[in-house]
Design a protein around this ligand. Structure first.
Ligand code: NAP
Length: 459
């Protein structure tokens, strides 16, 4: 009877997880997606408690309380710009838990452990330990505890592949000699070292893509553990996690114009940092404007598109962007927001910020839908975006951005560019758009500039 109830509850949890993925893929339903995922996890935990005879309830409750006391304040207080590193921490703990459960399973089952179980366990532990260390390094880079630049030296790739090879060779040895338990910590050490070398070689700003890959590794590791423990929910949830992380990494790499192998083998970040073939600014002039100039330009604008980017997140300018939009709409202008899939530093970054500022969902336009509208747009206001607007992606084959789909801001009748300096964006390349005759550069912190703009518009 109990088993049947547990099976049904597991199926219910899986249905919740699948619905949550569907809902989370749309801005309108994403909040519900989050809730249903949490409910699915609640059902899965409840069913698992029913399935096993729990002898030490005190330990279990203690662990839940400690986890909640540490986790809830972090989740409530973490600023939106720090979500990537918070996610890295979750993956680090999740994968460490999976790896430790796998390790405990091995020692508990000794000496009666069959080759299949040990093969799955070894793969699971290698993935778990490498994801743990990789996620710790990703966290440290994003938090500024380690230098963000890719750590590279001559034989780095050779060394990291050798450490992975050593971990795999030790796994094969362990499968052949299951009772040689001293091999396990050495294997775990090489997996940890591989995770360290892999992620150290990647630039800090590319960590969100790496985190999506590590998410995928953690999911695969959990699914493998599910096979060992004969736990269906762990298999399905791990597979969903592994595949969605993988798909997300693919979407991100495609939107950033990176090859799939480049992502898989951890080359992300290095080529961009090394690039220096862009034209220099020498001999070209940039037109700096004041907020009063912008207010005048906006006076007769019938259509305005806001193009938010990473700088809007840094400045926390989303609320004042909405205020400017409200004023424009009140004077009869049509206002839209152009959303590039990799604007900011994490997937959906701009959607989340603009939703926080109560921007209606139907004013957020994805890149493919909004691009044909730029030629008829009176003013495009770029708020702290850079790479996602850079025409070099279309025109300069030697640029690292070449081939990346961009927002065609340069086609608008006039462009207002709000940023603090002439500094390039994440890809480290100059933006041709700054020098175009229809571009008005307004230098300053996005929040400050837009607040002043509201004041100028009131006048
Ligand atoms: P970006 O190219 O990194 O440019 C952001 C711009 O914001 C900078 O040029 C900076 O110029 C400006 N800025 C910074 N702080 C500011 C402030 N307080 N006020 C005003 N401006 C400020 O950003 P993006 O156009 O959003 O492009 C995202 C980049 O990140 C892409 O290259 C993408 O491939 C990469 N990426 C994205 C993701 C993702 O999932 N979204 C993940 C990994 C990498 P100043 O310093 O002059 O102000």
């Amino acid at each position: 009877m109990n088993d049947t109830v547990v099976e049904y509850l597991y199926i219910l949890a899986v249905i919740f997880f699948v619905i949550s993925l569907k809902w989370m893929s749309e801005v309108k339903t994403s909040r519900y997606g989050n809730w249903i995922a949490a409910s699915g996890m609640g059902v899965a935990i409840g069913a698992t408690l029913l399935a096993y005879q729990i002898q030490r309830v005190d330990l279990l409750v203690g662990a839940v309380v400690v986890g909640a006391v540490i986790g809830m304040p972090i989740a409530l207080r973490v600023p939106m710009t720090a979500v990537p590193q918070r996610t890295a921490v979750s993956h680090a703990f999740g994968s460490l838990a999976v790896a430790l459960v796998g390790t405990a399973e091995y020692y508990q089952r000794l000496p009666n452990i069959d080759a299949f179980t040990l093969t799955v366990l070894s793969g699971e532990m290698i993935l778990g330990y490498l994801t743990f260390m990789g996620s710790c390094v990703a966290f440290a880079k994003l938090q500024g505890l380690l230098p963000g630049r890719p750590f590279s030296f001559g034989p780095r790739n050779f060394l990291s592949l050798t450490t992975l090879g050593a971990a795999l060779a030790l796994a094969v040895y362990l499968i052949a000699n299951p009772t040689h338990s001293f091999i396990l910590p050495v294997m775990a050490f090489f997996a940890v070292l591989f995770g360290f070398l892999l992620v150290m070689g990647i630039g800090g700003a590319d960590m969100p893509t790496v985190i999506a890959i590590l998410n995928s590794y953690a999911g695969m590791s959990a699914a493998a553990l599910g096979f060992v423990l004969d736990n269906q929910i762990l298999i399905v949830a791990g597979a969903l996690d592994g595949s969605s992380g993988f798909i997300l990494a693919m979407i991100m790499s495609k939107a950033m114009n990176r090859s799939f192998t480049n992502v898989l083998f951890g080359g992300v970040g290095a080529p961009v940092a090394a690039h220096s073939a862009e034209p220099s600014a020498a001999g070209r002039t940039v037109q700096a404007f004041t907020v009063e100039d912008v207010a005048t330009a906006l006076e007769n604008a019938k259509s305005v598109i806001f193009v938010p980017g990473y700088g809007m997140a840094v400045a926390q300018a989303q609320h004042v962007v909405k205020e400017v939009a409200n004023r424009l709409q009140a004077s009869g202008a049509d206002v839209k927001y152009a959303i590039h899939p990799v604007a900011g530093r994490m997937p959906g970054h701009m959607n989340v910020l603009l939703a926080e500022a109560q921007v209606p969902y139907d004013e957020l336009w994805e890149m493919d839908r909004i691009n044909p509208l730029f030629p008829e747009t009176d003013v495009a206001i770029v708020v702290g975006a850079n790479d996602v607007t850079n025409p070099a992606a279309r025109t300069r084959p030697d640029s690292p951005l070449y081939g990346m789909p961009i927002l065609n801001v340069d086609k608008a009748k006039s462009v207002v560019f709000i940023k603090r300096s002439m500094a390039p964006g994440f890809a480290g390349v100059e933006n041709e758009l700054f020098y175009l005759p229809n571009t008005m550069m307004v230098f300053g912190d996005a929040k400050k500039v837009l607040t002043d703009l509201v004041a100028a518009m009131k006048k």
